[in-house]
Design a protein around this ligand. Structure first.
Ligand SMILES: Cc1cc2nc3c(=O)[nH]c(=O)nc-3n(C[C@H](O)[C@H](O)[C@H](O)COP(=O)(O)OP(=O)(O)OC[C@H]3O[C@@H](n4cnc5c(N)ncnc54)[C@H](O)[C@@H]3O)c2cc1C
Length: 379
């Protein structure tokens, strides 16, 4: 049975980010196997994150960023500067090309187009069974396969569809991204439109809903095209790119098997912020910790438990999203109007101190949070 130092069960964003960082470290000679059924078929995904500077994995040729943003509903538009932060954009094709370029220079990194079916941990080794290529052993397995819990009917998911369009006429302000526009077609879910303008004529416009229902892509597309027609009138445009996705919005653990050398990564590890769906920058940060610990030979367990108080805040927001979804636009507008974007974005990234959180929360209208607290539950 072939043995590797590291096997990646899943070569998506988290798996490839870890490999990239390993190849940047003193462990760059390690034997690595990446197992993924979709090797070569790169999904259309847009990864965005806020930061003072772009993340090291972000290729320079593919950097696009904004310094200001807006949130709006039918009555009010809140425009803000990001100050020392910028909101960065990276598409999955540029990301994969960049990481695969690095991997090419390392012949000891192998890809296997297959599915991991079973992972069995012993004291110092882990065995993986694949669907069609037999079994492999390794010293560490990093697993980013997501398994949605069986009792998932009430699981809130962020579902979305986005079109990158090019219009015949100038429509967009490329200086300012639309973080959330709540002026959407009537729906019972919490929903909004997100707009990333790349030029006056090109933008990625995305319709997003938080829902427990199995919404068809066509329903989402209908809401998106209705929004475009309402906002921009009867314009003609060419569709350059389409992306869609589902992100589980939960504070529950999505990863069942856990042993010290079987390490979850990415969404499977709970690195997706339950109330917003953002994951990309935490993937980079946690992968850097993993590499550092492996380099130091101190890697007994490689888990990254979230601070309890952030789980608590997320459960309150998810309670509101489940029970009173139409109150959430007011919550986000209130949050961004009562504090600096720097503080709000650091809070959403779980980088604030307790004192800062008290300052932030004391500026909010309390009613809906008290209701959320009274009906508090783990989601
Ligand atoms: C369309 C979309 C847009 C997003 N945009 C943002 C954003 O702007 N900012 C942000 O912070 N987050 C964003 N996210 C959330 C998050 O960053 C992404 O979902 C990210 O891809 C998560 O990385 P991952 O490695 O955990 O999962 P994935 O990238 O989905 O990788 C998991 C991999 O596991 C593989 N796999 C599945 N089953 C098996 C198996 N049995 N054996 C082997 N491999 C298997 C899959 O083929 C896949 O390649 C977005 C998510 C989606 C879906």
């Amino acid at each position: 049975m072939r043995h590797y130092d590291y096997i990646l069960a899943g070569g998506g964003c988290a798996g490839l980010s870890l490999v990239y960082q390993l190849l940047e470290s003193s462990l760059k000679e390690a034997n690595i196997l990446i197992i993924d059924p979709s090797e070569g078929e790169i999904p259309n995904k847009t990864w965005c994150y806020w930061s003072t500077e772009s993340l090291p994995i972000h290729p320079e040729y593919a950097r696009f960023s904004w310094k200001s943003f807006y949130l709006k509903d039918t009555q009010k538009k809140l425009s803000k500067s990001l100050d020392q932060l910028a909101y960065y954009h990276l598409n999955s094709h540029d990301f994969y090309a960049h990481v695969l370029g690095k991997i090419k220079a390392h012949p000891q990194v192998h890809f296997l187009k297959d599915e991991v079916q079973k992972v069995t941990s012993e004291a110092d080794t882990v065995e993986l069974e694949t669907k069609s290529s037999g079994s492999y052993t390794c010293s560490w397995v990093f697993d980013s396969r997501v398994s949605i819990p069986v009792n998932s009917e009430n699981l809130l998911q962020q579902v979305f569809i986005g079109l990158r369009i090019k219009s015949d006429t100038p429509l967009f302000d490329p200086e300012r991204l639309g973080l959330m526009d709540f002026d959407t077609k009537a729906s019972k879910d919490f929903d909004f439109v997100y707009t990333l303008p790349f030029s006056t004529q090109e933008a990625l416009i995305e319709y997003t809903a938080y829902t427990t229902e199995a919404l068809e892509e066509e329903q989402l597309l209908e809401s998106l095209t209705a929004y475009i027609a309402k906002k921009y009138g009867s314009i003609s445009y060419e569709i350059q790119f389409r992306e869609s996705g589902k992100i589980p919005m939960t504070t529950r653990n999505l990863f069942s098997a856990r042993a010290s050398r079987h390490v979850p990564l990415g969404t499977a590890a709970g690195w997706t912020k339950p109330s917003t769906g953002y994951t990309f920058s935490l993937i980079q940060e946690n992968c850097a910790h993993i590499v550092k610990q492996l380099e130091q030979g101190q890697a007994k367990t490689l888990s990254f438990p979230r601070k309890k108080r952030f789980i608590f805040y997320d459960n309150i927001l998810l309670t509101i999203a489940h029970r009173w979804p139409k109150k959430l636009p007011g919550v986000f507008l209130n949050l961004f109007s009562s504090a600096s974007p720097d503080l709000v974005f650091r809070f959403l990234a779980e980088k604030t101190s307790f004192r800062e959180e008290l300052r932030l929360l004391s500026g909010l209208r309390f009613g809906i949070f008290i209701k959320g607290l009274l009906r508090y539950g783990t989601h």
